[in-house]
Ligand binder design. Structure first.
Ligand code: C5P
Length: 221
């Protein structure tokens, strides 16, 4: 049986950390759908396309080849055969990704690819529209949240741990802005699916959140 687990929620709620760990413990594939929208945004910026103009970005999809390779236990994204793990997480890409991901035809193509990936075996997918649009029949659906203050604090700590410059207030603003854009766009906005279970991680550790997901998988499969 192929099992799909959908984890949606706003930026910085801990989705990717928790999804990755749950996937590892279950022996499922982890699919980070945000990295796919970041990849096309990266290419758009590299080609000097306007993130607001779908007609400038759409043709670039023909030259976008996304692959993931396992390296030292990490799933590394390759864009057109180049390691792009850092390139898709720059502040420039982060600032433009919500504009790019709001375009309907771009979403259509990404959703198609995500469904193909999910069909090839049991998987944990994280994103914004997995439970509502990509996999409405997923066996387990989670809507992961945390207060904006806590989400900003975590991102700030992560940045500092990586030795990056970081400003808590700027991060909080950036997160709030991205959430607003993602949840008010016309196509597949960020919204809790009716049948998703809300998991507020404000006061939960990573392991506690993972444990809750594993319990749900056990109950439903
Ligand atoms: O998850 P991450 O923060 O890397 O996602 C980056 C952006 O990609 C989101 O802010 C959103 O605009 C877009 N996205 C989306 N649908 C998804 C995953 C991400 O629109 N399923």
């Amino acid at each position: 049986m192929t099992v799909s687990i959908a984890i949606d929620g706003p930026a910085g709620a801990g989705k990717s950390t928790v999804a990755k760990k749950a996937a590892y413990l279950l022996g499922y594939t982890y699919i980070d759908t945000g990295s796919m929208y970041r990849a096309i945004t990266y290419l758009a910026l590299e080609q000097q396309a306007d993130p607001e103009k779908e007609e400038e970005i759409l043709p670039l999809l023909q030259n976008l080849e996304i692959e993931w390779k396992q390296e030292n236990g990490e799933n590394i994204i390759y864009i057109n055969r180049k390691n792009a793990a850092d390139a898709i997480r720059t502040p420039e890409v982060t600032a433009s990704v919500s504009a790019v991901s709001a375009h309907p035809l771009i979403r259509e193509r990404m959703v198609e690819k995500q469904r193909e990936l999910a069909a090839s075996g049991s998987a944990v997918l994280d994103g914004r529209d997995i439970g509502t649009t990509v996999l409405p029949n997923a066996e387990v659906k989670i809507y992961m949240t945390a207060s904006v203050e806590e989400r900003a604090r975590r991102r700030h700590e992560e940045n500092k741990a990586k030795g990056m410059e970081s400003n808590l207030e700027t991060i909080q603003q950036e997160i709030a802005e991205r959430d607003l854009k993602d949840s008010t766009r016309e196509v597949s906005p960020l919204i809790k699916a009716d049948d998703a279970v809300e998991l507020d991680t404000t006061k939960l550790s990573i392991d506690e959140a993972v444990e809750k997901i594993l319990e749900m998988v056990k109950e439903r499969t």
